[in-house]
Design a protein around this ligand. Structure first.
Ligand code: HEC
Ligand code: HEC
Length: 533
């Protein structure tokens, strides 16, 4: 029998030369060896069972699955909380405390310092997710940029509106904080681990990982990003709350562009954060501010990469769940009083001056009924070519110029060879006309957020505010937008962001539709109607 033969050969190695084992000795040794093998097999089975059990109970890659779509949107993982781009959770949680001197002056020592919204019962603010991949990671999701708040008066509780532009969130300061912390000499295991241990007891395994690997790795990843986007943070005007440069950092981080080599006009692309409700009706419209893509699904994937997911880590199921939810998410109703009679008169002004480009809540289905011809007068969800506009209607060009033909080509390399490949990005020659659903909550206005209120947008550019404050979520019910002038904000103004329309990318010119044709009363009526959209 083969098996016994092998044992015998094994024995032979321990044979004393010149001494033959007796038959009894041989039998007892065989027995011993058999017992040994049996024990080893048993141990292997036990270990295997333990591994399977612990992996089911505590999987190496796991994240919370929220029962409600809204919670999933606010806190669920889309795959940016990964070992490539995510921030190790325990480390992330102590940064504001350790580097409190790098936070905005007078701000609390947590992430609300950057305007993120913290809800009770959650460790992370809205817009952050958590995933375990051997250790816990934090990452960003869609709510990071697409959930905002509205207050009736200072001190009143905020209404949190998922899908609304993140009007209070200062991403410039947040990213700068992370990069400056990484460049700081305190970013070491010796300083950070005691803080982490104090907040949450790390086990020996985690502590060792953080000590020998993670902290150094995060530091070098952040320093690499800092160097890639250096030109933006050195030369560009800060974005302030509610804005981000959509494609600038993306070019450098996702596509390896060397920003230092690009012409100045392609490096500033500051954009106001848009709303995410009613995406279904928007599918097929040319959207993003410059209308560079007409597929909601592609815009979502592209956004997830902007948020830190990568083609290999993006959680397609989680993203599809977000997409399903924002597909039919209704725009928020204006929560304050509306003068219904004035709004009814305002509707007539709207139909005359605005409808052809912006449609109404029915997203253009009514166009035919109103005698508009598709491709002729119907321009909702299309790009308005700059060259064909009167100069007084042309808005600031920076965001348009920052998305280049070259970038559209690079976009198509993302998820290449999969059904999700991003191949619908196009270079366009103007800004897109979009539905104005929930427009009251989308202030400040235009692609760069350069006009604080609806009332101001109906003024000629020369009479719109040249500087104003951003960050407030208190609603100005008269002008239709957030409180933004120095007087209303008062002594507190240091805590706000002063928006200067004279800086590159911040221009507030253009879009003077209806400005000369409507008188002040009619403009008030139109604003009243816009609140109901
Ligand atoms: C870092 C901030 C940020 C994050 C995170 C983010 N977005 Fe956006 N999103 C933007 C900006 C800025 C725009 C406007 C882009 C432009 O310049 O045209 C935008 C535009 C969009 C649009 C087009 C809206 C329109 O009407 O034109 C969709 C759809 C969208 N985002 C979906 C998502 C989804 C889904 C996620 C999560 C996977 C997400 N976004 C995450 C910043 C963000
Ligand atoms: C010829 C087409 C056209 C007409 C007419 C037009 N708009 Fe626009 N509108 C646009 C375009 C294009 C943009 C985007 C411009 C940009 O962001 O730079 C825009 C942007 C806006 C925005 C900003 C949206 C946001 O989310 O910030 C508002 C508000 C708006 N329009 C209201 C109106 C009103 C009110 C009227 C009528 C008085 C009107 N528009 C007439 C084309 C038009």
């Amino acid at each position: 029998m083969l098996r016994y033969k092998r044992y015998d050969r094994f024995y032979d190695r321990f044979q004393v030369p010149g001494y033959d084992l007796t038959a009894v000795e041989q039998a007892s040794r065989r027995q011993l060896l058999r017992a040994f093998w049996a024990l080893l097999a048993l141990a292997a089975v036990v270990v295997l069972a333990l591994v399977i059990y612990s992996n089911c109970r505590y999987p190496l890659d796991r994240t919370t699955n929220y029962a409600s779509d809204e919670e999933h949107f606010k806190y669920g993982s889309i795959g940016s909380d990964n070992q490539l781009r995510g921030l190790p959770y325990e480390l992330f949680m102590v940064l504001p405390e350790v580097f409190s001197d790098l936070l905005p002056a007078g701000a609390p020592h947590d992430y609300t310092a950057f305007g993120f919204i913290q809800e009770p019962g959650h460790e992370l603010p809205i817009g952050f997710s958590k995933r375990r991949h051997v250790i816990d990671f934090a990452g960003f999701n869609c709510a990071f940029c697409h959930t905002g708040s509205v207050r009736e008066a200072p001190g009143a509780p905020p209404r949190i509106i998922p899908g609304m532009p993140a009007n209070t969130v200062d991403l410039w300061k947040f990213f700068k904080f992370l990069m400056d912390a990484a460049a700081d000499r305190r970013f070491t295991p010796e300083v950070l681990i005691p803080h982490m241990q104090q907040r949450h007891k790390l086990n020996g395994f985690e502590e060792t990982l953080y000590k020998v690997e993670i902290i150094a790795q995060v530091r070098s990843a952040l320093l690499d990003q800092k160097q890639r986007v250096a030109r933006i943070f050195r030369d560009n005007p800060p974005w302030g709350p509610g804005r981000v440069d959509t494609f600038g950092p993306y070019k450098a981080i996702q596509h390896n562009f060397d920003l230092e080599r690009l012409p100045a006009a392609e490096v500033i692309g500051t954009a106001d954060l848009p709303s995410l409700w009613n995406q279904g009706p928007r599918n097929g419209m040319r959207l993003h501010w410059d209308g560079n893509n007409d597929s909601v699904r592609e815009r979502n994937f592209s956004a997830s990469f902007g948020a830190g997911a990568t083609p290999s880590t993006v959680d397609i199921g989680a993203l599809d769940r977000v997409q399903g939810w924002i597909w039919t998410l209704a725009s928020p109703r204006y929560p304050f009083a509306v003068d219904a009679a004035a709004a009814a008169r305002g509707r007539a002004h709207y139909m005359q001056h605005c409808y052809a480009c912006h449609g109404t809540q029915d997203f253009g289905r009514e166009f035919a009924e109103h005698g508009f011809k598709v491709g002729g007068d119907l321009r909702l969800g299309m790009v308005e070519p700059r060259a064909s506009l009167l100069p007084r209607n042309r808005t600031d060009p920076y965001r348009l110029d920052s998305f280049t033909w070259e970038l559209s080509v690079h976009q198509a390399t993302l998820l290449a060879d999969t059904p999700e490949q991003l191949k619908r990005f196009r270079k366009t020659d103007g800004y897109a006309t979009m539905p104005l659903d929930g427009i009251w909550a989308r202030a400040p206005y235009l692609h760069n957020g350069s006009v604080p209120t609806l009332t101001d947008l109906l003024q000629p550019a020369a009479r719109r505010p040249k500087t104003f404050y951003r960050k407030d979520d208190v609603y100005d019910q008269v002008r239709g937008g957030f409180v933004s002038d120095a007087q209303a904000i008062g002594a507190d103004r240091d805590r706000y962001f002063l928006y200067d329309t004279a800086l590159p990318g911040n221009g507030n010119v253009g879009h003077e539709y209806g400005v000369d044709e409507l008188d002040d009363t009619q403009k008030r009526e139109l604003v009243e109607f816009l609140k109901t959209m």
